[in-house]
Design a binder for this molecule. Sequence first.
Ligand code: PMV
Length: 329
Amino acid sequence: MTRHEAVQSIVAGREGSTRDNAISYAPANIALCKYWGKRNAELNLPVNSSVSVSLRDKGTHTQLTRSQRNQLTINEQEISEDDKAFVRLFDFLGLFCQDPLRVETRSTIPIAAGLASSASAFASMTLALNKLQDWQLTDKEMSMLARLGSGSASRSIYNGFVEWHAGSLDDGMDSFAERLDVEWPEFRIGVLTISESEKPVGSREGMNRTVAESALYRAWPDVAARDLRDIREAIVVKDFELLGACAESNAMSMHGTMLGCRPPLLYWRPDSVSTLEQIWHLRSEGLPVYATMDAGPNIKLLFLENAENEVKSALPDLQSIAPFTDSNT
Ligand code: PMV
């Protein structure tokens, strides 16, 4: 099945009264159990299920307006037609809508925080298209459509803790995300920027190379299945230490699979290692703080509100995000 056929199987026959423009917002998300490896690259169908937490007011605002020609602005800057972001975005929009569109996106993710904005961008685009075309899609349908832009975008349709079910069908109709019914107002994500420079190998390429080249990847599906079960359980019973330990181990296992590539794939910088050591030292002294990392050198911390002051004084550059409350610092 092609991406276009996947879209048609969801939106065909849905056209309602169309509008001239629509706005929407979707949050970025951080995976606690990572999506790593595709069983179908065309449809972004994952090998394993994953769990994330959405970053509430850190994400992407999108406005779509019917226009004479395709246009894109990101944070009020006009993007040229040959830019990678322009090509990728209109390739995605072209799956849904033949009319030219003016797309204005604005990110509330701190610049250079090392947080992927593609998840919130594709999720926000899908939500805006649904409004523009008046399709009245369900969240589950929008999650499947956002997945076609970027796998992790399937989770950015929701706030809070989110599980993306890998599914097993060839057409991906059982591969969508759902929100877990848990509120955890004390939960915090801390972001530490280690490097602002663009990654030499993007997550898509890193994932594909690992699956193709690393013998260690064969262990990953079982590791991820175990971690997913434990992380889901830890979230439901609010066992922070179990959640932190499993999420950290899951991220380290993912990076371990990358080291088995030829040549090895290593996203870490020297400061990533020294920061991890600092976090492990704080923990050995009794502070419950854990780390997770994605396909890049930056570090995200997991801790609870009652540890926030201590974590911030040990790591002054930390940006703290409260995914369940509006009073972010
Ligand atoms: O959705 P993508 O193609 O940007 O891949 C995301 C991969 C990781 O960030 C490493 C893990 C995840 O689950 O978000």
